[in-house]
Design a protein around this ligand. Structure first.
Ligand SMILES: NC(=O)c1ccc[n+]([C@@H]2O[C@H](COP(=O)([O-])OP(=O)(O)OC[C@H]3O[C@@H](n4cnc5c(N)ncnc54)[C@H](OP(=O)(O)O)[C@@H]3O)[C@@H](O)[C@H]2O)c1
Length: 262
């Protein structure tokens, strides 16, 4: 289906069962785009798919996938891209845990690394040549304001998001002047189940400031992606949070962030 930007292929969204991923699916569907939804909670994705098919007369395919498993990520891409053009990929799925690094169970951190880093990297790597061969495309990677600073008690999560920011900026520069763009969206605290799952609900970061809706954050990212912007940090306070670490010694930044993550 045709979308406002002129892109005419399918849109692949990871982590589309809830939160920001669900909102991206709703936005893309309203633009008449055909969708491929990937995550583990198949029932939630099927319910969303049916609503969007009926409401917008689009095609929606659900591909149940555990993105922590590398082989499943490769299979997802093969199924998503065989015999059709995928011209938008949203690498949205992500997770993290709040707790002291030395005490945290590595298997949980391994799943964060696999989903936040490995799956995202594989899908980018597969999508770019596919999009170049087909005449263009857009990729959006979801990082976080965590990408701009170390995160005591969320050390692995912050490190994974720094990776996503750095990778996106590097690849975006490699693609300069081409018809494929890569955007990194850096939200701050957002109203989804992320904080509950990450055991962050009580911490200062989520209590200190009003937390925007997933819908508003997703809309801001979506616009930036269609415009081919490299980085979108949502909200004024988050822009300040993202910029401030450049002015402070890194050890001081780590101490201040630790207060927000308590
Ligand atoms: N909410 C925030 O405060 C916030 C702030 C900054 C950045 N972010 C980033 O925004 C992105 C979306 O998070 P959200 O806030 O929307 O969180 P969410 O509501 O918890 O949704 C996370 C999504 O990721 C999927 N996911 C997690 N592990 C997966 C796996 N192994 N395989 C497949 N899918 C998996 C989940 O699907 P299943 O459980 O169905 O698999 C779910 O759809 C993440 O990258 C997160 O780091 C969030």
């Amino acid at each position: 289906m045709s979308g406002k930007s002129g892109l005419r292929g399918w849109t692949l969204i990871t982590g589309a069962s809830e939160g920001l991923g669900r909102e991206f699916a709703i936005i893309a569907a309203a633009e008449g785009r055909d969708l491929i939804l990937a995550a583990r909670q198949t029932d939630k994705m099927e319910a969303l798919a049916e609503t969007l098919r009926v409401r917008h007369k689009i095609a929606v395919e659900v591909i149940p996938t555990d993105l922590a498993d590398e082989a499943s990520v490769e299979l997802l891409w093969r199924r998503a891209s065989s015999r059709r053009r995928v011209d938008i990929v949203v690498n949205n799925a992500g997770l993290g845990y709040n707790g002291p690094f030395a005490a945290e169970d590595f298997s949980r951190e391994q799943s964060s690394i696999n989903v936040n880093i490995t799956a995202l990297t594989i899908l980018m790597k597969r999508a770019i040549p596919h999009m170049q061969a087909a005449g263009g495309g857009r990729i959006m990677n979801i990082a976080s304001t965590a990408a701009f600073m170390p995160g005591p008690r969320m050390a692995v999560y912050h490190a994974t998001k720094s990776y996503v920011l750095s990778l996106t900026e590097s690849v975006a520069e490699e693609l300069r002047g081409s018809n494929v763009t890569v955007t990194v969206l850096c939200p701050g605290a957002t109203a989804t189940n992320f904080a509950r799952d990450a055991k962050m609900e009580g911490i200062a970061l989520f209590r200190a400031l009003p937390v925007p809706s997933a819908e508003s954050v997703a809309k801001s990212g979506w616009r930036a992606m269609l415009q081919g912007k490299r980085i979108r940090v949502t909200g004024l306070m988050n822009k300040i949070f993202a910029f401030a670490p450049r002015l402070a010694p890194r050890s001081l930044t780590a101490r201040i962030v630790a207060l927000f993550l308590k």
